[in-house]
Ligand binder design. Structure first.
Ligand SMILES: [Zn+2]
Ligand SMILES: [Zn+2]
Ligand SMILES: [Zn+2]
Length: 279
């Protein structure tokens, strides 16, 4: 299983348009970036699965030269994860898109219903609802969605298993630290875990809702109510016990010495997962 991190940034990305903060300047100097979130996963057979449709889809596929996907999963309906779907127009003859089928009390619709409504005019895209915790097949992978915590909207993490090699990938999705144990159990023990960490914990002071889910040293693992701090991301990565883990969805508000720490991903990272992680 080859995993390519197409987009590792938050909703404005790094560098952010019009921003000359130290982190954006450092990214420009180094020629690295964190575009909006998306992950490409390819099997040895060449079939591939896309996780989330970044608004930066076109640039990401040109840059990484990975094949166009045979199927895709949408984790939640925020702009930075869904609004790139229109890019598939005239590129693909057909594309099944999978998303959770639970009704979101906030919108009165499930993720699959919202995706279908917004992109009804793309007749080559078919949208399929899938029930969290139930394994389904997509592009030859076995995929399991799990609910995470990203109020006010429903949001999902997922596990992707390659049935041929046993390789596995876990993605936290956009979430606070308050992920239930039954969801964590599905995500645990993968070859690679991608965990979201938006900002460093000190910034919680400046969030109207502050921080939450404090660790033993009193450091918040949740920023506000819907994202993890870098501390939270590291704690979750620890708990998920993957062979390797990378922090994703990181914002330019993190100062450069922390934003470019060894465990924080940038676009274009690639992982060849052979399988055989301890469960
Ligand atoms: Zn900036
Ligand atoms: Zn989100
Ligand atoms: Zn996001």
């Amino acid at each position: 299983m080859q995993v390519t991190l197409l987009g590792t940034g938050d909703t404005t990305g790094t560098p952010t348009v019009g921003c000359d903060c130290d982190t954006c300047e450092r990214a420009r100097e180094r020629g690295v970036e964190r575009t909006r979130f998306s992950v490409h996963v390819e099997r040895a057979s060449g079939e591939s699965l896309l996780i989330d449709f970044s608004p930066d889809f076109r640039q990401q596929f040109l840059r990484e030269a990975v094949p166009l996907p045979d199927a895709a999963v949408v984790t939640h309906v925020h702009f930075d994860h869904l609004d790139g779907l229109g890019n598939v127009y005239r590129l693909l003859d057909s594309l099944p898109v999978y998303a959770a089928d639970e009704t979101d009390p906030q919108t009165g619709e499930s993720v699959d219903e919202t995706v279908r409504d917004r992109y009804h005019y793309l007749d080559r895209v078919s949208v399929h609802g899938r029930t969290p915790f139930e394994v389904f097949e997509a592009a030859g992978f076995q995929v399991t969605l799990v609910p995470v915590v990203h109020p006010p909207l429903v949001s999902y993490g997922l596990r992707v298993d390659d049935p041929e090699t046993g390789a596995s990938l876990a993605i936290s999705g956009d979430t606070s630290y308050a992920i239930d144990e039954d969801a964590r159990a599905v995500l645990r023990g993968a070859d690679l875990a991608l965990v979201e960490g938006l900002v460093h914990a000190d910034l919680c002071e400046h969030h109207p809702a502050g921080g939450d889910h404090y660790d033993d040293e009193g450091v918040p693992r949740t920023f506000g109510t819907k994202h993890m701090t870098l501390t939270g991301a590291r704690a979750l990565a620890d708990d998920l016990d993957a062979d390797r883990s990378r922090i994703v969805h990181t914002a330019h508000f993190v100062p450069p010495e922390r934003a470019f720490a060894d465990d924080v991903a940038v676009d274009g990272e690639r992982f060849d997962l052979a399988g055989g992680a301890d469960d």
